[in-house]
Design a protein around this ligand. Sequence first.
Ligand SMILES: Nc1ncnc2c1ncn2[C@@H]1O[C@H](COP(=O)(O)OP(=O)(O)O)[C@@H](O)[C@H]1O
Ligand SMILES: O=P(O)(O)OC[C@H]1O[C@](O)(COP(=O)(O)O)[C@@H](O)[C@@H]1O
Length: 317
Amino acid sequence: MSAGASIVTVTLNPSIDQTASIPNFTAGEVNRVAWEQSDAGGKGVNVASFLADFGHPVAVTGLLGAANQELFVRLFAEKGLIDRFVRVPGHTRVNVKVVDEVGHRVTDINFPGITTHGEDLGAVSAAIDTLSDEGGEIFVLSGSLPAGASPSIYREFVTRLKARGRSVVLDTSGEAFAQAIEAAPDVIKPNIDELAELVGHHLEDETAIVTAARALRQRGIHLVVVSMGSRGAIFVSADAAVHAAAAPVSIKSTVGAGDAMVAGIIHSTLQHLGVEECARLATAFSLGALGEIGPRLPPRDVIEAFTYQVTTRLIAA
Ligand SMILES: Nc1ncnc2c1ncn2[C@@H]1O[C@H](COP(=O)(O)OP(=O)(O)O)[C@@H](O)[C@H]1O
Ligand SMILES: O=P(O)(O)OC[C@H]1O[C@](O)(COP(=O)(O)O)[C@@H](O)[C@@H]1O
């Protein structure tokens, strides 16, 4: 392609993440905001931004409200992201992230987003085809769907991309996730709740998680990564099942930790790392996001240093 982006992220429901710092945040009470910060966000936008930090050329597409696109346009320019977002009338949603630095908790309030129409989604589909023609190799489909989008849309995208021989990384939930699994994306990164919802039962221990992940691998998914918040993540590939975790030095905000893990997985894959090294580096990406307010990563050398804090363990068959 002209600008040479081999990675494309698709965000159908981006967001402006408005962080509100509220010490001792209490539901049901009047809470006062100490300081605030707004960032362009949404899962695919974050993954693209993090990969750009590691020097990868990335194109971004999806649906963007024309009425409040400034933060996004600025981010795309700062990070050198190739902007193929389809503009739609109205505002991109604003998701509120309440950071309580006293209670050490983050509360996410995620809005449904704009209501979309068939022609907008058709334009995104066309943008994906064009980006694939132009040399896109790895497509990342991330995040919730806006109202009006069919839950089959990710399945359709996965099917089209795989028919063109492209790799697909999927990070979503609910019905859209369940349907997309049928088209066998190459990599998935559900968190443990999303995986439990998919398989329809509680995953009580590591064995249950690995069993569920291996069943998904049988359906053609090469790498299944199950993230578990403070309990780390389990990476299941053809070669092994690996648990990776670290105790972060400080957690400023959990926003973007999952997206950082997705970016770390893609970066590791492009470096041809094995599953254990991938688990280590992807976890270091997440640690990086935890130490920043909003969806951000620290400098690359800080993330590389974090790899030494990560403990990996091979899970016995
Ligand atoms: N409180 C925490 N302590 C340590 N690591 C964490 C914490 N929260 C998240 N992480 C790291 O970030 C990764 C992704 O976080 P998680 O909350 O599971 O993702 P998601 O936001 O997609 O649900 C985890 O697998 C873990 O490595
Ligand atoms: O599309 P969803 O599932 O509503 O998630 C959107 C939110 O997730 C984020 O991408 C952060 O995701 P993670 O914390 O899972 O990395 C935010 O930027 C955004 O507000």
